[in-house]
Design a protein around this ligand. Structure first.
Ligand code: BGC
Length: 349
């Protein structure tokens, strides 16, 4: 069994736990290797954001002196498990996993640990296993920002009629986004200020699924609703397609998440109202730095801990920003995440 050291540091100033230091010893697997090898196992490269994650992660890790092997599973758990097995066989020194299904990938973590390889769960949590490290955005806050945007648009004495489109049931993040949305919406629903007229989960976060959900909601209730709480930009895009077919695009408030280029363009044009910008540069580069430390068996400090059903996983939570037409320039454009001419290409600045 590889040795595992867990050290909890206590912050005197804040009197809270500020750090967990992890080391999974792989019997010196790599102590001698000049350039550590990091395996990146991805659920999918379908959404634009994941291609950015991959490219930034790889570039940072390579610049910092590591080599990276990337595998993508095309939203298939069996394929993702095979990918991880293959990375283990290729003797990676650390594994970074973006799980399709957070529960299914517990097995991958177990296999990696048997081989003495530490695992970092990237953006999405792997549940019910002895995970080494978790790096993500504040996902509950993502949901809160989405719902708060809608709550702020309820007129005095008015009621917001809402369609809710959740993400993939297999993705722990989708549940956290919903939890954040519920935090804001439940009191408003109880007060009669919000009415959810239709809700469903979009299979594998597919835009087509979000379009079908929107079509079904319109078939059932007609066009008499005010907003669609879509959990990410991909599903927002699908919902907006359905709205466009009904002549409703731009009249219904639609939320999103990821600041995808297409979503930023829709915000500039007025068919989508907001997105949540999660600086991919931060998560990808920090993940690369942390993975390299794990690979070199150096200590890692994580300020938070997230319960995954089995253990409190040492975690790093990154902050996020709500983006609307008003602050597109000061956020995603200023940050260099999006180019001004691309965002505003077909709309008035
Ligand atoms: C991510 C989102 C992404 C969604 C679909 C979630 O786990 O946090 O950024 O839009 O997956 O890929």
């Amino acid at each position: 069994m590889p040795a595992r050291i867990l050290l909890v540091l206590v912050s005197c100033a804040l009197s809270v736990v500020i750090g967990l230091v992890i080391a999974r010893g792989g019997a010196g697997v790599t102590a001698a290797r000049q350039r550590p090898l990091i395996g990146l196992s991805m659920d999918t490269l379908k959404e634009e954001r994941w291609q950015v994650d991959r490219d930034l992660f790889t570039a940072k890790a390579q610049a910092a002196g590591a080599d990276v092997l990337v595998q993508s599973a095309n939203s298939n758990d069996a394929v993702q498990l095979q990918n991880v097995e293959s990375l283990i066989t290729q003797k990676v020194d650390a594994l970074v996993i973006i799980p399709h299904d957070g529960a299914a990938m517990a097995k991958a973590v177990h296999l990696a640990h048997q081989a003495g390889i530490p695992v970092l769960s990237y953006d999405r949590l792997i549940t019910d296993c002895d995970l080494d490290l978790y790096l993500t955005f504040d996902n509950v806050k993502v949901g809160e920002l989405q719902a708060k945007f809608l709550a702020d648009r309820i007129t005095v004495g008015g009621k917001l009629r809402l369609i809710r489109i959740y993400g993939a049931k297999t993705d722990n993040n989708a549940k956290l986004f919903k939890r954040g949305q519920d935090n804001i919406l439940q009191p408003l629903i109880a007060a009669g200020k919000v009415e959810v007229i239709f809700e469903d989960w979009a299979e594998d976060w597919k835009p087509e699924s979000a379009k079908k959900i929107t079509n079904a909601a319109i078939t059932k209730n007609g066009p008499n609703f005010d907003a669609i709480l879509a959990s990410n930009d991909g599903t927002a895009g699908g919902a907006i397609q359905a709205l466009t077919e009904e002549g409703l695009a731009g009249k219904i408030i639609v939320t999103g998440q990821d600041a995808d280029l297409a979503a930023c363009q829709r915000i500039a044009q007025g068919t989508q109202a907001m997105t949540v910008y999660k600086p991919i540069q931060s998560i990808a580069t920090q993940a690369a730095e942390l993975a390299l430390k794990l690979a070199r068996r150096q200590p890692v400090i994580a300020r938070d801990a997230v319960a995954n059903g089995k253990t409190d996983v040492p975690s790093v939570l990154l902050d996020i920003i709500s983006v609307t037409k008003e602050n597109l320039r000061e956020t995603v454009v200023k940050d260099g995440f999006r180019k001004e001419n691309e965002v505003f290409q077909s709309s008035q600045p």
